[in-house]
Design a protein around this ligand. Structure first.
Ligand SMILES: [Fe+2]
Length: 264
């Protein structure tokens, strides 16, 4: 496929003498140039290489979470040490083993996640003989002041989070613009109009029980400290996180290469 040249869309449309560098500095001449610009320029805007997110509020989340919350707490009781990844143990943040997708209590959630990723595969024209596969699934509980350090999910094609319990002010998940050089130069923004979406440097999603957010595994993210003032388990931020890959439904198609363990 021929690479798209943004100049194609503008060819032949630039009015003579309208580039800023060619201005004479004379007011009348500049005004004349401006008139020509208004008449003849057709400036197009395009965006390439986007960072995609998919999100979904699962409709039967209340029933789902009624089963998931006790299953996660039971898992924590059985394995209080858990593992240390992005969770900060010193402030009580607990991270389960990353194989909960194999446990019966998490099956209903995995089925719903599979359905969402299947939709994404179709939306993105992934190979029709490939299916989404949940490689890892784990739970994280953050009590008051618990948080997750900045990290990504190496080897994951798609990663995501599902919210089980989100008391008020339990902490946002934050994503930063991965193009670090895009923020190299500060930009003055018209405060009345606000910063356009294309220039956002960070985004966060409101945590809400039943909400699923999928993002590329390579994308860095972190979780704010839980500042909930609710007492006990009700004040904990409880989530399930996961990694998905693409697997083939045939012998010769796409094969999974996502068996490595990451830093999540
Ligand atoms: Fe993560």
């Amino acid at each position: 496929m021929k690479p798209h040249d943004p100049a194609d869309g503008l060819a032949g449309r630039t009015a003579p003498g309208t580039a800023a560098g060619q201005s004479t500095g004379d007011d009348d001449a500049r005004r004349k140039d401006d008139e020509e610009v208004e008449l003849e320029l057709n400036v197009l805007k395009e965006a390439f290489f986007p960072t995609l997110f998919y999100f979904c509020d699962i409709p039967d989340a209340a029933a789902l979470n009624e089963k998931l919350l006790p299953a996660i707490l039971e898992e924590r009781e059985r394995d209080p040490e858990g593992v240390v990844r992005s969770n900060v143990k010193r402030v009580g943040s607990w991270h389960s083993q990353a194989s909960l997708q194999r446990k019966p209590h998490f099956r209903d959630l995995v089925m719903r996640l599979d359905a969402i990723v299947s939709h994404m595969f179709v939306d993105l024209n992934y190979h029709p003989e490939s299916i989404p596969f949940c490689d890892h699934l784990w739970a994280i509980t953050n009590p008051r002041f618990g948080y997750n350090r900045y990290h990504n999910h190496p080897e994951a094609l798609w990663s995501g989070v599902y919210y089980v319990q989100t008391p008020k002010e339990c902490g946002h998940i934050r994503f930063r613009d991965p193009r670090e050089h895009a923020n190299f130069k500060e930009i003055g923004i018209d405060e009345d109009k606000g910063r356009p979406r294309e220039l956002w440097q960070e985004v966060h999603y409101e945590p809400k029980p039943g909400r699923v957010i999928f993002f590329p595994g390579w994308l860095g993210h972190e979780v704010d400290p839980n500042l909930s003032e609710e007492e006990g388990v009700a004040g904990e931020r409880v989530i399930v996180s996961f990694n998905y890959s693409q697997r083939s439904t045939t012998q010769n198609g796409v094969t999974n290469t996502n068996d490595a363990w990451g830093s999540y």
